[in-house]
Design a protein around this ligand. Structure first.
Ligand SMILES: O=C(O)[C@H](O)[C@H](O)COP(=O)(O)O
Ligand SMILES: [Mg+2]
Length: 293
């Protein structure tokens, strides 16, 4: 694990890579705030002809919305195809396994998830339509019944989680043929100096109530990485996954045979790095992506 501190060390590292896979939350943004120096760093990498892809477990936005957010924050010229998100990975997974056209996916999450599914021609329900589902007592639950049109339950980050949604998902998952999928395993997100529950905390009640475990399609699940490496014929040894989490970003890069870098602007701290098992540590550490300019 090499710390990159001096401009010379950073320049030497950059020259050894052709492609950068950048995590978003904790690397580019912290909450809604752009991390200082990132716009300049991205412009510098691009000026050197480096390829950049954004690989995020964030399930609040579609890739189109992400491109708009990047642009609004001064990160211009990002193509939708350069953004790989957990909702997109979920849609590709369902499409790749031949999810039946007549079936629907029940989404516990935001509209960005529904948008990505529909873009792949997959019917989705739930999402924000269920955010205000009323619950007036246990005898109200007879309204929630099995639904043969549901072929999968997909959980994501859901700021409007409620008991009726959990009851619907639980009911649908009683049928073993209904797929149980989760966008990502991140259990908490850093916002400012605090942390808050994230997508990986949202499906835990269903694991307990149904006894079933979801297929996780986002990082560190390497499907998304294999798609990127294959689609763009990338050399993993000259591709670096840059992230703020060891258990998603670094593991994701390692599983794909890529180089890995941790930044200290998100979840991971210096002490976490030193406490981590050697095998789980990144190849490189830099205090911020903003220094790569
Ligand atoms: O909120 C979540 O589900 C995730 O913790 C968060 O969005 C992670 O996003 P990433 O760091 O992969 O961009
Ligand atoms: Mg992150």
């Amino acid at each position: 694990m090499k710390h990159l501190n001096t401009p010379e060390e950073i320049a030497t590292f950059i020259s050894s890579m052709d492609t950068f896979l950048l995590d978003v939350d904790g690397v580019v943004f912290l909450g809604t705030q752009l991390i200082p120096g990132v716009v300049e760093a991205l412009a510098h990498l691009r000026s050197l002809g480096k390829r950049i892809f954004f690989v995020t477990n964030n399930s609040l936005k579609s890739r189109t919305s992400y491109v708009e957010k990047f642009s609004a924050k001064g990160i211009h010229g990002v193509a939708k195809e350069e953004v790989f998100s957990a909702p997109y990975a979920a849609a590709c997974y369902l499409s790749d396994i031949g999810f039946p056209k007549e079936k629907r996916v029940y989404v516990m999450g935001a509209d960005g998830v529904v948008e990505e599914l529909r873009e792949q021609g997959i019917q989705a329900c739930g999402g924000m339509d269920d955010k205000d589902l009323a619950f007036s007592g246990m005898d109200d639950l007879h309204r929630i019944q099995p639904d043969p049109s549901i072929g999968a339950v997909l959980t994501a980050f859901d700021a409007h989680i409620n008991y009726p949604k959990l009851a619907k998902a639980h009911t649908y998952l009683q049928d073993p043929s209904v797929l149980f999928i989760a966008t990502n395993p991140d259990v908490a997100d850093p916002i400012g100096t605090q942390t808050f529950p994230a997508a990986g905390s949202m499906y835990q009640p269903l694991i307990k109530s149904t006894g079933r475990h979801p297929i996780i399609v986002g990082k560190p699940h390497e499907t998304m990485l294999r798609v990127i490496l294959a689609k763009y014929q990338l050399d993993p040894t000259r591709t670096c996954m840059v992230g703020d989490r060891l258990d998603t970003d670094v593991l994701f890069g390692q599983r794909g045979g890529c180089r890995t870098m941790a930044v200290l602007t998100g979840v991971t701290t210096e002490s976490m790095l030193n406490q981590a098992e050697v095998a789980k540590r990144p190849d490189y550490v830099i205090s911020s992506l903003g220094l790569m300019r």
